[in-house]
Design a protein around this ligand. Sequence first.
Ligand SMILES: Nc1ncnc2c1ncn2[C@@H]1O[C@H](COP(=O)(O)OP(=O)(O)OP(=O)(O)O)[C@@H](O)[C@H]1O
Length: 396
Amino acid sequence: MTSPLLHAENLRIEFTLPARQSQSQVLRVLQGLSLNLQAGEIGCLLGPSGCGKTTLLRAIAGFQKVQAGEIRLRGNVIASAHHHTPPEHRQIGLVFQEYALFPHLTIADNVAFGLQRLLKPARQARVDAMLSLVGLSAHAHKFPHELSGGQQQRVALARALAPQPTLLLLDEPFSNLDVALRERLSLEVRNILKEANATAILVTHDQQEAFAVADQVGVMHEGRILQWDTPYHLYHQPNSRFVADFVGQGVFVPGRIPAPSEAAGHTTAQVDIEIGALVMAEASAAQSADVSTIPEAASTSAARSKAQEVDVLLRPDDITHDDASPLQAEVVKKVFRGADFVYTLKLSSGQLILANVPSHHNHAIGEKIGIKLDADHVVTFPRISLPTPSATGLSH
Ligand SMILES: Nc1ncnc2c1ncn2[C@@H]1O[C@H](COP(=O)(O)OP(=O)(O)OP(=O)(O)O)[C@@H](O)[C@H]1O
């Protein structure tokens, strides 16, 4: 594999808070954080408020010093405990949540702002190319207040991309926009970044946005990245309960992996749950272990001699509705989402599960409906006791 364009290793950042009584307190914001981003990739930082996303972005940009670890850009150290390349020498572009355009400059002059070192014809050509890339050529001579929020954010993107930065950082760039526009713009921004062959990191609170824009998503928790992976793997192969809980919807149900002696002759690992058996081929289990995406997960039969009690992650798309199925569950809650419902269903044990059901199957609360288990990815964690079998902890 080629060396990453951005490499952060074991970053530590702490803030000393003013003394309340006699002693000052140290707030550890990044604690041994590492990540790699390849050239041309879009990475996204996702995590609860206060987990350190903006602090990491500021450290990469050069507005925040690091106490330990290092950041390399194209192989060169730009930040460590002993070295700090000033922001203006890092060739990093920034797009913020508030578009920060110059109100007294035209759109074209805003985009030209970082291009002073170019001669006029080259500058003009670059501005034209950037405005065409973001689809705003017809607005070159307007002023920012004459454009919509989404258009202004595209100008901010054009301005940041114009000097061809090595890396582009976007801090919640869509959070000032309404939901429909956010969705459209996030796809547009992905296309623009890909067309410009830019490498970028985006911070967001919105996982749909992260999934729509990013090649790799890092789920952060308490100053660390717990999993840096494709959106597909984060959803289907979360490496920890936190990631499983934070990304997407789902519930944990109790399961049992039989001892190898009980499963003699089987070439597959099996997990038994209340509504059936989930089967995972040995080969794919070994593969997952190789790439260490599920270190917290329960081991498969090769490493065990006894049966194992586990918690199994069931996503709403692991359960399908089938009127003909003898397996029944009671509808206790339903959320209409246009194309589908998310039903909360109660099994005979009282265990709650979630199911995505096409919205023409409109069943009433209290009704029993036929369901089938249809899971492709089996994710298990060592059993912990939960207070009650409920789906609430995992619904976002
Ligand atoms: N300059 C500072 N001095 C002291 N504490 C700070 C400073 N900057 C950030 N913090 C604290 O560090 C923690 C992480 O902040 P940060 O802004 O990086 O989180 P975040 O994940 O971006 O949060 P949000 O999603 O709410 O924007 C928070 O507890 C914040 O209060």
